[in-house]
Design a binder for this molecule. Structure first.
Ligand code: NAD
Length: 450
């Protein structure tokens, strides 16, 4: 790779003259765009959804961690949210943060393919593309790289000094890298800036450019040896959580049958200062990561090695069973009260997949609600983080967190431990409670804990 192209790219980053495009303005892309504006880059937020662009232009944030006034300041500083691919012209750095869902249990990389094709039309020598979407090892160099090279006619530098793709020479090269996003929605302690960011490149030049770019956004970067390594880092982190949550969920179910208080055992185990990390049981896993990412890894292992990633399969099995388990437990509780699920009024506390967020994609709460509805229950949701505007496709009514709602329900199920759910109020007003998060610990109430 020509030293000049690397030097030029580093200089543009250092002087904040590099034009940045962030493809996908969702939970991951919007915070990156906001941070880049804050440190002085000119930023285009390229987004496929017209509705989202309209909200962004009106400084109305749909991402919990980004405040409206942050968005307003960014717009005033030149941040440009748009659906127009023409706005990508002349970009120096592009970050891709588009969805990577499963379709029929298989990785759906069509959003990355689409983003790559759009960027390729505007790719210039010395420009850099970084993928942030979670995906299996190999995606950046085997899928995205060729799309960018073929669509632009440029070449990609590779380790060892050669180049691949397109028809251009060294002077016609572009940089490519992968950097997993570790954003934790609702986490007030660790955000984008103070969470170390793993970075990688498909060549030493790419790594230098990707590292320099993220060094300008975050406190600490962690360079790794290849894009595949960086892709695996993200899947390792999420598979680790997925497996440990499954372990504690299964343990919780057995502990109950053994008549042991698992919550007290977990707290006591957590006093060990080394070799243990605390996980707690719950109604299942949700969000864009845990129910999906480990399956990307399992799919890749199966495709390439013909082997089954047993830990992932087992964890999927246990975690997907949890909504059924909750349904079974509350059915038994109502039975004891000579009541049936059919006809009971059930108030579900928490629709989001985790506390203090508004994200309810893949939320286990929805699975619990579906099962209860199928059994004839009259289900309502309470979730202070989710405004009505986000719930057009929600089948169940959203009600406020109020004493009357708690008292009117035959059964209240705590599914999320949002800080707004005051334990004393629930304990005092709910007639019967199933607490899947041990929120009511220390309070007298009628009901059971998961
Ligand atoms: N949400 C999280 O907490 C989190 C954390 C770490 C990693 N990730 C990963 O980051 C990626 C993005 O996740 P997200 O939560 O931000 O998703 P999201 O759905 O909130 O945002 C993605 C955005 O990309 C847009 N988009 C799709 N295709 C596009 C295209 N071709 N051009 C322009 N815009 C396009 C969508 O309209 C959407 O607004 C996923 O791979 C996810 O697994 C998410």
């Amino acid at each position: 790779m020509s030293i000049t192209l690397v030097d030029q790219a580093l200089e543009r980053i250092q002087h904040r003259t590099a034009k940045l495009v962030v493809v996908g303005q969702g939970y991951v892309g919007l915070p990156v765009a906001m941070r880049a504006v804050e440190v002085g880059f000119p930023v285009v937020g390229f987004e496929a959804s017209i509705d989202r662009v309209k909200s962004l232009r009106a400084a109305e944030s749909y991402v919990g961690d980004i405040r409206d006034d942050t968005l307003r300041r960014a717009l005033d500083s030149g941040y440009l949210p748009t659906t127009d691919p023409g706005a990508l012209a002349g970009f120096d750095i592009a970050v891709i943060s588009v969805p990577t869902p499963l379709r029929d249990g298989m990785p759906d990389l069509s959003f990355i393919e689409q983003a790559g094709a759009t960027l390729a039309a505007h790719l210039r020598p010395g420009a850099c593309v970084v993928l942030e979407s979670t995906t299996y090892p190999g995606t950046t160099t085997e899928l995205l790289g060729p799309i960018l090279a073929d669509g632009s006619g440029l070449t990609r530098a590779v380790a060892g000094g050669g180049s691949v793709g397109g028809g251009g020479g060294v002077e016609g090269q572009f940089f490519l890298g992968y950097s997993p996003e570790r954003i934790d929605p609702g986490n007030l302690t660790h955000g984008l800036v103070n969470t170390p960011k793993v970075v990688s490149g498909d060549s030493p030049g790419s790594l230098a450019v990707v590292t320099a770019f993220f060094d300008s956004l975050v406190d600490e970067t962690v360079p790794v040896g290849s894009c595949a390594e960086a892709e695996l880092v993200k899947l390792l982190e999420n598979t680790f959580r997925h497996v440990n949550i499954a372990l504690i969920n299964e343990l919780a179910m057995f502990a109950r049958d053994l008549d042991v208080d698992v919550w007290r055992a977990i707290d006591a185990a957590a006093t060990k200062p080394f070799g243990y990390m605390k996980f707690t049981p719950g109604p299942g896993v949700g969000g864009h990561c845990l129910p999906i990412d480990p399956s990307y890894l399992a799919w890749r292992v199966k495709q390439h090695l013909g082997r089954t990633f047993r830990f992932v399969e087992l964890a999927n099995d246990v975690n997907e069973h949890m909504p059924d388990y909750v349904h079974g437990r509350v059915t038994a509780m109502l039975n004891q009260q000579r009541k049936s699920v059919n006809g009971s009024r059930v108030l579900l506390l928490g629709l989001a997949y985790k506390k203090a967020t508004s994200d309810w994609r893949e939320s286990p709460s929805v699975h619990v609600a579906r099962r209860l509805t199928a059994s004839g229950a009259e289900v309502r949701f309470c979730d202070p983080y989710i405004p009505d505007v986000n719930t057009q496709h929600l089948t169940w009514p959203l009600v406020p967190f109020a004493e009357a709602e708690l008292a009117d329900a035959d059964l209240v199920i705590v599914l999320v431990d949002h800080p707004e759910f005051d334990a004393a109020t629930i304990a005092a007003h709910a007639r019967l409670v199933f607490d899947s998060k041990n929120l009511l610990r220390g309070h007298e109430f009628t009901g059971e804990v998961l």
